[in-house]
Write a protein that binds this ligand. Structure first.
Ligand SMILES: [Zn+2]
Ligand SMILES: [Zn+2]
Length: 216
């Protein structure tokens, strides 16, 4: 399993990075991105710390730990600038907290995020057809999530991505050790989102492709 969207104590996750990564190893992961919730107030605090601990863990453990950020509830107008800043600070995976149907994320977030050079649009809820087409053009991965609440809209995201040719990734958005999942469960989530069995492997390969692109 590769998981490119998880949270540590640096936002609202329950574990410090080392324990989260340790638990991921024992759940069978080969790579994990830690993508804590960030905005202008805290990215300079979070990202360098995730970079530092990732370097240490990568020196000693076989699993790849990747520093990232999830820009969350920020004004859509700021996403491009915050994405650039996050990359300068060392974030290798930039996720944006998409317009989920279970939170009041600012309208226009999905569109702005796709246009801002991000890597993954998380739980994008009632994303429009035009935005899915744009995600394909801009090579932004759309997320299918195992997370309660956000996962209510997996079916729409999967259906439109398959129709329009946008790329999908499967993430857990883990906040606690019990949110990490095994491959077998991840496959069930994808199947129940409407992804045909013969395309499941492709979704897992997309995560592999993305971490390769950012140097892992
Ligand atoms: Zn999120
Ligand atoms: Zn998240």
């Amino acid at each position: 399993m590769i998981d490119l969207h998880t949270h540590s104590l640096f936002s609202d996750g329950e574990l410090i990075p080392s324990e989260l990564v340790r638990r991921a190893i024992f759940t069978g992961y080969t790579a994990i991105a830690i993508t804590d919730h960030g905005d202008l107030s805290n990215i300079e605090f979070i990202i360098p710390k995730l970079v530092k601990v990732s370097e240490e863990l990568n020196r000693f453990w076989k699993i790849k730990t990747i520093p990232g950020i999830e820009l969350t509830h920020v004004p859509p107008e700021s996403i491009k600038d915050l994405t650039r800043k996050s990359r300068e600070l060392g974030a290798k995976i930039v996720v944006v907290h998409g317009e989920t149907i279970v939170e009041p994320v600012p309208e226009g977030t999905n569109f702005a995020a796709i246009n801002s050079g991000i890597d993954i649009l998380a739980h994008p809820g009632l994303i429009s057809e035009e935005e899915v087409v744009l995600a394909k053009e801009k090579s932004v991965f759309l997320e299918i999530t195992t997370r309660r609440g956000h996962s209510l809209s997996n079916g729409r995201v999967a259906k439109l991505a398959l129709e329009k040719g946008a790329q999908l990734v499967l993430n857990t958005d883990a906040h606690s050790p019990f949110d990490l999942v095994e491959r077998e469960y991840a496959e069930k989530v994808l199947l129940s989102a409407g992804i045909p069995e013969n395309l499941l492997a492709k979704v897992f390969e997309n995560s592999q492709k993305l971490i390769k692109k950012v140097g892992y």
